[in-house]
Design a protein around this ligand. Structure first.
Ligand code: FES
Ligand code: FES
Length: 161
């Protein structure tokens, strides 16, 4: 089947079987390797992308669900000011991250803050519930995302939220 969708702001078309996973389409048809192959069963978040504005595990999305969607991967997102906000906040709070979880943490922060610029502790933990990382304690994660929120508010409005 032929599927058209928006990938990192560009209209794209791919020919694929209906049951091929989005993670494989991104990696094999577009050379986008930022979404990692982890568990491939929806349990780790290494393959995260932003799919129609929501953080989504690309290993769980079959090709037939992609048609007409808007997908942002870490490669596209890394070109934005919003990405820099997150990198700054994570870095200033020394949030643990690694090649396995970094993609999912960054995109989870963006999906959350885009919908909810000033998330509560509970909302932050819920927004990251799909990311498996035993190295990060919840309070560090909350502090990092709240700092990202402040950084973004200062950039956008010249003041803290
Ligand atoms: S690789 Fe998709 S959730 Fe683990
Ligand atoms: S820091 Fe990457 S999995 Fe925990």
């Amino acid at each position: 089947m032929t599927i058209d969708f928006i990938l990192n702001g560009e209209d794209v078309v791919v020919k694929t079987d209906a049951d091929v996973r989005l993670i494989d389409i991104l990696r094999n048809s577009f050379g986008l390797l930022g979404a990692k192959c982890g568990c491939l069963s929806g349990r780790c978040g290494a393959c995260s992308v932003i799919f129609n504005s929501a953080i989504t595990q690309a290993c769980l999305i079959p090709a037939f669900r992609i048609r007409g969607s808007e997908i942002i991967t870490i490669e596209g997102f890394s070109q934005t000011d919003e990405f820099q906000d997150i990198v700054s906040g994570f870095s200033q709070t020394a949030l643990e991250n690694c090649g396995f979880c970094n993609n999912g943490k960054i995109l989870s922060a963006e999906a959350l803050l885009e919908q909810n610029p000033r998330p509560s502790r509970k909302e932050i933990l819920s927004g990251f519930s799909g990311i498996r990382c035993r190295c990060t304690d919840p309070e560090s994660l909350v502090a990092a995302v709240q700092l990202v929120s402040e950084i973004r508010q200062r950039r956008l409005y010249g003041r803290s939220a």
